[in-house]
Each structure stands twice: as structure tokens, then as C-alpha cells.
Design a protein around this ligand. Sequence first.
Ligand SMILES: Nc1ncnc2c1ncn2[C@@H]1O[C@H](COP(=O)(O)OP(=O)(O)O)[C@@H](O)[C@H]1O
Ligand SMILES: [Mg+2]
Length: 500
Amino acid sequence: MRLLKKTGTRYLLLTLEPQRYSPGAYLLLKDRLSDRGLLLQIIDIEYADLPGLLEDYLREELESELVVEVEDHDPMGILNVLTEVRDASLLVCEARAAIAGDQLDEFVGYAPSRAQSIVQVLEHEQLATLLNPGKVHYPICIGSFWRSSVDTEFVIDAERLDGTVSVITGMKGMGKSHLAKHLVLGLLKYNVPLLVLDVNGEYTRIGYLRDGTPAPWHNRIHVLRPCENYQLSVEAIGLRSFIRLLANALQLPAQSQRVLRIAWQNLEQRGITPTLSALMQEVMRRNGVSYQVREAIYSRLEYLRSTQLFNDQAAQQDPVPDLLAKGNTVILDLHSLSPMLQRVIVEYILSKLADLLEQRALPPLFLVAEEAHLYLRDTHWEEIVTRMRHLGIFTIFVTNQPSRIPDHVYRQLDNLFLFRFVNENDLRFVARASRIDVDTVRYLLPNLPRGVCLVVGVVTRNLPVLVRVSGLEAEAQGETRRFFATPRLSAASALARAAS
Ligand SMILES: Nc1ncnc2c1ncn2[C@@H]1O[C@H](COP(=O)(O)OP(=O)(O)O)[C@@H](O)[C@H]1O
Ligand SMILES: [Mg+2]
């Protein structure tokens, strides 16, 4: 292999054995005279455009029509050599890091000697060691390096997810949620408090093994369904959160907020518990309040009453903070709720957690937000990645619409997990949003099969790496309702049934 050309951080290498290499793989361009080198990642493989090749092919086409038995007259094996030359290909590579000894350095600005450099394939084990040079304290294995001849595990150190914001994106059905479940199960092992905003109801079975039996971590997973097994009392929410919820999720105007606050305080002064009905009565009772203001408050409280999210008999305390504080995973199953109610709940829970974190009443926690554009207010995004992150909420956003995540989130992003995209707009968007070059995204992403993703960020020391995500120990699906509701048996339970 030969170093042919360098333009900026783009390198072209000439090889006669293109079949040995695949896009995404790493090469080490080593300076023979020093211990310096460059880590190059192959992003595309092109045919080498050799002068005279076209003429050669044309001549061959013509000759094939004359049917000449050339092989018999080729004692020197020249034809073989020619075929090899025609196979000559260019490896289009991007320099990802400089390497000195076994130290990585992000500065890739130096030009290695063309005469004195040698190119080696960086084996996956070597890459794994570069990514995690020290001891991995909290390993989460999400799969293996893609196209490794021997299966080399790809391990994320949970410590490196700590304090970060991540995005998992790609087309529908490519394995985003599957990967998110891997991270959930991995973090759960280390008693990390974790909240999942599960819009599709697909995390509800991760407390079970694939044969349907409860998993060893079953007791640490709590599936809460708002309005069913998760109801709140207005009193437990408290005045501040309640007003904030009405203001932010249901757009209660400022003047009405003031009236509602006074009504709440009046009730308390008279020793009456502020329930939805008590508040409604109190607002209606008050003189000197305009019809519009009353109506604004009344209609919203009436809406909340209709949702059954509030129940005056509900526990005095919201169970979520306590579950999280004890290192549990809480799955908030939002799938059967209207978008408006989803917003109400997310608004409430995020502000509640932020308050508790501010008071240091909760340890830092992870948040998995599936399709967050459905229920997150625009202003909330910024808050989550700046203020809430500072307080200790570390978010993993999962979406198939990367452009619905605002730009400033990408600017502060630590980790990106990119699955397949083919749509030109999506590709352009993720290229801009990720800090990797446009070509890497354009060449690599459209060719990824399901379950393979490009990981880049803090967890990979900023080296883009292709990873095949492995199967899950837990049940991957939630309870799916089907029209043709014949239950499909898992192999294990079918065997058990046949044996009984
Ligand atoms: N790495 C994988 N190994 C095995 N099955 C997978 C893998 N990735 C995805 N799947 C399966 O493919 C389907 C779609 O994956 P999912 O994660 O729901 O896609 P997405 O969230 O990107 O729409 C699911 O049934 C899931 O179990
Ligand atoms: Mg999904």
C-alpha cells in the first residue's frame, strides 16, 4: 500500500488488494523514523483512475469478440499482473488523530513523510485499547466492532457517560431504541438512577428475560403508567410546580396564575386541602376576578380533572423521586396519553426533579427521552442541556427526526450514535450537527445495515467507530397490541408447553 496524496486531513492510499479493507476501518500511517503516526479511517473505496486503463478495457472488449485463447500464450503470468493492476483501488481516508507512542493527540496537522511512512491495519483489539486505555471501571458492552474477523467487544465505560448529553438517531427500525435499552440495562447494573420517557410503551418489558420470566434486575424496574398506577395529588405537587405546570404545559396567562396562587393560599389559610375541585370552587367564589381569568383557570383545571392524572386520594408524595434516589429505573409509559397530557407530565416531572437536584435532595440521574420533540417545549431543550445538566440530569435523546432537535443541543453534545440514513436532508443535517466531516456521514451512513451504528464522542475519545449492536438479554418489545391477536410463542415457552 502506498500513500498517494494528502489534501488537508484527507488522505488517498493506493492498494492492490481492496478486498482486504472496508469503510470504517482504521489504518495506522507510521513514520519509520520516529514513533509518530496518524490514525486514518477509511471512509470510502474508489477504483483507481489509472491512465490508459480505459484504452485497455476497450481493447479487451474488442478482443473478446475475436475469441483469442490468450492464457496459453502467457508464460510470464503477465495477465495476472494486469488484472491486479486493474483492481488497484484508492482508499479514501480521513485523519482522525495523531499518535505518539501509545498516546492519542487530536492534532492531525502534520504531514507524515511520503517516502518514510508505512501503513498498517489497526486491528480491533488495538483500537479497543486506544479507546479505553486504562481499566474500564463500569463496562457496558453494547456489541462488537463491525466487521471484526474475531469478535472484539465494543465496551463503553459508564463513567464516560456520566455528565454527558447524547443523541441516538437514524431511520425508523434501525435499532435506536434497542441500543437505548442496552444503555438502560447497562446503567441499571450499576444502580444508576434512571428515568425513561417511553412514548411508545416499548421499555415496559425490560424487567423480563426473553423467555418471559422475570430478570434478576426485575425488582429495580418500575413501570409507571400515568392516570393508572401513577396518580398525583395536587397538594403533593405543591404550589410552585402546579403553577409552573399550568403556565408551561397549558399556557395559563400570567394574570390567571396570580389569581390561582391567591386562591391556593386562601385555601391553605382556611385549613382546606387544595384539591382540583377546591381550587375550582375558590376561583369561582372570588369577587373582582374577570370572567376571562376565571374561565382560563377553570377550563384548565377541568381538563386536568378529566385526565384522571390527579387523584385527591393519591399518595402524599410522588413516588418517582424516591425510587430514583434509591438507584432504580423508572419507566414512565406515556404511550396511551394524548400529546397534551404527555407534555403536562413531562413538564411536571422535569421541574420536580430539577428542584430536588437543586436542593441536593436527589443524586444525579440519567434521562432517556424517546422522540422528545413530541412533548418537550422548545425552551426546555436548552434548559435540559445547560441548566439541568449542570444540576445533574444527563440526557440520552432518541429520535428518527434529527432536525427536530435544536442546533444548540448538538453544539453541546458529547456523544452521537448514528444509525442508517439515506435521505439527503437527514444526511446533510447530521453531518452539520455532528462534528465529523460531511463525507464520512455521506459515505458511511447510507450503507449501514440494521443494528450497526457509528459512535462518536466522549465514549470513543472522538474517534468515529462502527459498532454492531448485539442482541438484548431482556425482552426488547413492550406489550404490542395487535389486530390479529394470536400470541406468538417464544421458542422456550413453546417447548415448555409441548413438554407439559
Ligand atoms: N442489534 C440488534 N440485534 C437484534 N435485534 C435488533 C437489533 N437492533 C434492532 N433490533 C430489532 O429491530 C427492530 C427495530 O429496532 P428498534 O430499536 O425498535 O428501531 P428504532 O428505534 O430505530 O425504530 C426491533 O424489533 C428490535 O428488537
Ligand atoms: Mg424506536
